[in-house]
Design a protein around this ligand. Structure first.
Ligand SMILES: *Cc1c(COP(=O)(O)O)cnc(C)c1O
Length: 375
């Protein structure tokens, strides 16, 4: 079976992991954390980066930094991972779910505008597959209403929008280094800060509400409890694995792009909808999907692929219709008809840096052998 995903070991992961474990500095914020943070800042163009234990935790940090109160509203797509919503629900805020665009499956910028109320405190965008949302349009709405934009950039490491790296466009952005992402250390993430106003407090909230980071830099002579917070620091052992992955970023990306480009070319003549990458967007080959006619065809295609040794899968189930989404959130004006439609019709194919040419050929053969009914 060709697995849908397998974490890729590039080169120096095991060497760095061993070195971190043997160094004596296995807690957070050690030498490998500094190296990984510098690589991440260079890659994303963010003003500052803080490694976290996950993207979920980085999102929770954004919710704390935004000082959300019960009843505050956060506009976000329904077509996303649960953590995008959970982070804000934990602060008592109400996710306002809006629809996605049928082409990129990104949050519909017109639906964002329509969902703004006097209680709106943030807009969270998710660059699906690392293809950028329409950040010009969203930025304009956000500036007009003085609402910060947070990028859940879990898919978008290394991608750009009009030449600017994703993760550098919002007031804050979050990254994931989960095993399913392009760059991974098993479980991990980062908070990127672009708006200076959040920088100092972010460091404190991440360190149990203390100014320990300043203490370690010699800026204060003792560290104290300054604010609320929790423990969001990954072990330096995980940061070591992450450092090796970030150093190998170009190698990883070259291979992923080769896989993605092969699929995109091979499926051009089929009666299915392939991903759209609008002009001005450079994507990071995070995922590859096809949109088929309906749920029945989706299930049939997944079975067909499995029979030929290829593990495909579906993706996000709409949050607005999920039990917790109904309990904690509400849906913006116009509902989410596109989300409901595409969620049932989407099939993802294996994309990872460990796929050989022969694996990719087998996936292509399996897909092209299927008789599509046409959308
Ligand atoms: C993977 C993912 C997350 C969660 O990442 P973790 O690091 O596993 O917490 C959040 N949002 C999106 C869009 C994701 O794809």
């Amino acid at each position: 079976m060709i697995p849908f995903n397998r974490p890729f070991l590039a080169d120096r992961e095991l060497e760095y992991l061993t070195s971190a474990a043997a160094s004596g500095h296995t807690s957070g914020d050690g030498p490998f954390t500094r190296r990984a943070t510098a690589l991440l800042t260079a890659l994303t163009g963010a003003r500052a980066a803080l490694l976290t234990t996950s993207c979920t935790h980085a999102l929770e940090l954004t919710a704390l930094l935004l000082d959300l109160r019960p009843g505050d509203e956060v506009i976000m797509p329904s077509f996303t991972f649960v953590s995008t919503a959970n982070a804000y629900v934990l602060r008592g805020a109400v996710p306002v779910f809006v629809d996605c665009r049928p082409d990129t499956l990104n949050i519909d910028e017109r639906a964002v505008e329509a969902a703004v109320t006097s209680r709106t405190r943030a807009v969270v965008v998710v660059h699906y597959g690392g293809v950028a949302c329409d950040m010009d349009a969203i930025g304009k709405v956000a500036r007009h209403h003085r609402i910060p934009v947070v990028e859940d950039n879990a898919h978008g490491l290394g991608a750009t929008y009009r030449g600017r790296p994703l993760g550098s466009l919002g007031a804050m952005a979050t990254q994931s280094f989960h095993a399913t992402k392009n760059v991974s250390c098993g479980e991990g993430g980062a908070l990127l800060i672009n708006d200076e106003r959040y920088a100092e407090r972010a460091e404190i909230l991440r360190e149990k509400g203390t100014d320990r980071s300043r203490f370690f830099r010699g800026q204060v002579d003792k560290y104290r409890w300054m604010d609320l917070g929790s423990s969001y620091l990954p072990s330096d052992v995980l940061a070591a694995g992450l450092t090796a992955q970030l150093e190998a970023f170009d190698t990883i990306q070259r291979r992923r792009h080769a896989v993605w480009d092969t699929y995109q070319a091979a499926f051009a003549g089929l009666d299915v909808v392939r991903p759209t990458v609008p002009p001005g967007c450079e994507h990071p080959a995070h995922l590859y999907y096809l949109l088929v006619r309906d749920l029945a065809e989706r299930q049939a295609l997944l079975r067909h692929l499995a029979d030929r040794g290829v593990q495909g899968t579906f993706h996000y189930q709409p949050l607005h219709g999920a039990p917790a989404g109904e309990r904690y959130g509400r849906t913006g004006p116009g509902g989410c008809p596109v989300t409901e439609d595409v969620a049932d019709r989407l099939v993802r194919l294996p994309v990872h840096a460990g796929l050989t040419d022969s694996d990719v050929g087998r996936v292509v053969d399996a897909v092209t052998a299927y008789r599509f009914a046409g959308c």
